[in-house]
Design a protein around this ligand. Structure first.
Ligand SMILES: [Zn+2]
Length: 391
């Protein structure tokens, strides 16, 4: 049995207690069954399979169920019953009793903060499950004026890719998700802004899919949150990275990009090799538009780095550049924030402190706000609010 638990600090758990499941529905498609959970907000989710009797378990961290599990259209699905309960730690546990073994539950689709999809597949359909990870995310309706600015937040690593691991087994994927959730909450609380998380649970998503989420949603910004290890254990502090089309701006930046890009090799042969003629980049982008995006990303990066300097030691005083695969969203300004080094004892302790996590999230958001105040996108509420001053 594989039970990938999330070790959240108690203070964080208490803060994250608000998610409510408002509706549960079942969708049957060719060769698969999906369960959709409408949520009141972000939730840390985890799913695993158990045998004898066969069942798939979904744990929603500190969530409440305010929906009926009766009368769901289960005919023709591998599910014969659904039940729910509370774990001793207060998590909502939903158990699907299955008619046969070999069925897996994949938390493969994350439609923003308000919908979670549990895809049930046999072993033969696992590829389809991961391919759907970014595929079902819907585009924002076009042509809406006074629209909210959309920030897509990517918590680095996840699932079988733990990211960097600290001296006592601390995992980057957990810290990155905690800070990403706090950042999403901060953004959602601000008028004129809206956040979407690439992952809200402990799931593996290939780098390419992460970049595609921002593109598909036509996001205004993409921020990937990390807490990496460094070859030198004394290395500490925060840094901000943007994409480079050519060489890296420093050996550290090159090393970081190689490390982050290596994440996909954990996913079984999906290794993204950064070549000049990467098919995705060559097929989708013109060099010129990419250069414009990189230049905007650097502006954003400077603002975020300046704010991070107020709450953390900085590892680098300028925004570094290298060929990060996760930052290759055409036309979406994208940065990667290394919030500190999990390999450094002091950084690692602070990164697990929810007060420090909140400060980091607040600093990143202030940087984002300043960036948009200088160049509010046309049609946004932020632009409309800025207009009286400039008239
Ligand atoms: Zn990382």
């Amino acid at each position: 049995m594989l039970l990938a638990g999330l070790a959240l600090p108690a203070s964080f758990a208490a803060r994250a207690s608000s998610a409510v499941v408002r509706r549960v529905s079942v969708v049957r498609a060719a060769g698969s069954t999906k369960l959709l959970f409408d949520l009141s907000g972000p939730v840390v989710a985890n799913s695993f399979a158990l045998e004898s009797p066969p069942r798939v378990v979904l744990d929603l961290h500190q969530a409440e169920l305010d929906a009926s599990l009766d009368g769901l259209a289960l005919a023709g699905t591998p599910v014969h019953a659904i039940r729910s309960g509370k774990t001793p730690t207060g998590d909502l546990r939903i158990v699907l009793d299955l008619t046969r073994s070999g069925v897996r539950g994949e938390l493969a689709v994350l439609q923003g903060n308000h919908k979670l999809e549990l895809l049930l597949t046999g072993l033969a359909n696992q590829a389809a499950a991961s391919a759907g990870a970014a595929g079902a995310v819907r585009e924002r309706p076009a042509g809406k004026s006074n629209r909210d600015l959309l920030v897509v937040i990517d918590a680095g690593h996840g699932g079988k890719d733990p990211g960097a691991v600290g001296a006592k087994g601390e995992r980057e994927k957990i810290v990155a998700l905690q800070i990403a959730l706090l950042l999403a909450r901060r953004i959602d609380a601000q008028k004129g802004y809206k956040a979407r998380l690439v992952r809200t649970g402990d799931v593996f998503i290939p780098l390419r899919k992460r970049a595609e989420v921002a593109q598909r949603l036509n996001a205004d910004l993409f921020i990937s949150v990390h807490a990496d290890a460094a070859p030198r254990l004394t290395a500490s502090g925060a840094s901000v990275f943007a994409l480079s089309q050519g060489g890296a701006s420093s050996s550290m930046a090159r090393w970081m990009a190689a490390r982050e890009n290596g994440a996909d090799s954990v996913g079984g042969g999906l290794d993204v090799k950064l070549r000049k003629h990467d098919p995705m980049v060559a097929g989708v982008l013109l060099d010129m538009s990419m250069n414009a995006t990189i230049s905007t990303s650097l502006d954003l990066g400077h603002q975020v780095l300046a704010q991070l300097g107020g709450v953390s030691r900085l590892h680098q005083s300028k925004v570094e550049q290298a060929g990060f695969a996760v930052l290759k969203s055409a036309a979406v300004p994208s940065i990667l924030v290394e919030t500190g080094f999990i390999s450094n004892i002091n950084d690692c302790r602070r990164l697990h402190d929810v007060r420090h996590q909140r400060k980091i999230a607040a600093a990143i958001f202030t940087g984002v706000e300043r960036y948009f105040r200088q160049q509010p996108p046309a049609g946004s509420l932020i632009a409309a609010m800025a207009r009286p001053e400039s008239a």
